[in-house]
Design a protein around this ligand. Structure first.
Ligand code: NAP
Ligand code: ZN
Length: 348
């Protein structure tokens, strides 16, 4: 077994503390990754606090982290995709059945038998718990690791493994491109990636934010328009004008005012996971042939496509690098929307 050092929450409400555990030995198809950076996604916070208790309960101790980049330090005898010294990424899942209808289509996140999530999951042996990237090593089957082009700014790549793919996938699915008007609700980790990617796809991008102080950043991130949502009157002139709106908000809020901004056939796509459910009246969708959709990360082929797209367009995340002892403060600041725009833990 491979001795691994990480940081875990022992129970809901407790703080992070060092936690040593073992990863499996490297099998013929496995690679060992020495983790360099791990991003802090708001999903880590939801799960550390067991805020999704009814749908995805947290099992403690919890080592979060599913935005991982690192260097390959060992490879199994049958590995062909990586060699020692390569840069590899790990996203939100690390295995799946590989045979079901969804795995066959490259949608491993929807594996019929259940994808093995990078943390707070159980391996396919049915017993081994998974621990995430707030740690120094990860052993993963090469098919579930992503290839990262060698580059100087590795810290900005880590968040692509979740925030990047979570925004890329729905933007692509709803044909965002030149001539399309796209709204991004919430300028946080996901939101700022959404802006960069939608701009690279050629769309006209509007940010809807509760934080007036982010207006200048919005421009430098490439957004064409910035709307402060605290005053509902700011939304009224935009009624019926959007092709797609991507809602990345992590906290309870009403989606109805945004659905009103969609034009005929427009799509409201939710990726943020607030604690409470939203209520949408059928008529809000019926008048205008509107679409209300969800989106969950992306499969392995699309995640690789997203990484290649970002490399081609020089897209990385704007990050604040922290040491592991700062995780609790980083969590508090993320919840207060006080992050520009992703905390990334230096695990090396
Ligand atoms: P984040 O960095 O905390 O960003 C969330 C943003 O939401 C904040 O920056 C803030 O933007 C806005 N916001 C916060 N509180 C708000 C409130 N009370 N009302 C309105 N807006 C508010 O979080 P993240 O890492 O981007 O994740 C966002 C959500 O997506 C989380 O729920 C996470 O679990 C979920 N997620 C889903 C997937 C998926 O596959 N579907 C993948 C990853 C994450 P402003 O300051 O601009 O208002
Ligand atoms: Zn995430």
């Amino acid at each position: 077994m491979i001795e691994t050092k990480g940081y875990a929450v022992r129970e809901a409400g407790s703080d992070f503390a060092p936690f040593n555990f073992e990863r499996r030995d490297i099998g013929p198809n496995d690679i060992l990754i020495e983790i360099v950076y791990a991003g802090i996604c708001h999903s880590d916070i939801h799960q550390a606090k067991d805020e999704w208790h009814d749908t995805m309960p947290t099992t403690y101790p919890l080592v979060p982290g599913h935005e991982i980049v690192g260097r390959v330090s060992q490879i199994g005898s049958d590995v062909t995709k990586f060699k020692v010294g390569d840069i590899a990424g790990i996203g939100c899942f690390v295995d799946s059945c590989r045979e079901c209808v969804n795995c066959s289509r490259g949608l491993q996140q929807f594996c019929v038998q259940g994808a093995v999530f990078t943390y707070n999951g159980v391996e396919r042996d049915g017993v081994t718990r998974t621990y995430g990237g707030y740690s120094n090593k990860y052993v993963i089957d090469e098919s579930y690791a992503l290839k990262v082009k060698p580059m100087d700014d590795l810290k900005g790549v880590a968040p692509l493994l979740c925030a990047g793919i979570t925004t890329y996938s729905p933007l692509k699915r709803f044909n965002v491109g030149p001539g399309k008007k796209v709204g991004i609700v919430g300028l946080g980790g996901l939101g700022h990636m959404g802006v960069k990617i939608a701009k690279a796809m050629g769309a006209d991008v509007t940010i809807f934010s509760t934080s007036e102080s982010k207006a200048a950043d919005a421009k430098s991130l490439g957004a064409d328009h910035f709307v402060v949502t605290k005053d509902p009157a700011n939304l009224t002139p935009l009624t019926g004008t959007f092709d797609m709106i991507l809602d990345t908000v992590s906290a309870d809020h009403d989606v109805n005012p945004y659905i009103a901004l969609l034009g005929v056939g427009g799509a409201m796509v939710v990726v943020g996971v607030p604690e409470k459910a939203n209520t949408v009246h059928s008529l809000s969708l019926i008048f205008g042939n509107k679409v209300l959709a969800g989106s969950l990360i992306g499969g392995i082929p699309e995640t690789q496509e997203m990484l290649d797209f970002c490399a081609e367009h020089n897209i990385v995340s704007d990050v604040e690098v922290i040491s592991p002892d700062y995780i609790p403060e980083a969590y508090d600041r993320t919840v207060k929307s006080d992050v520009r725009y992703r905390f990334v833990i230096d695990m090396a």
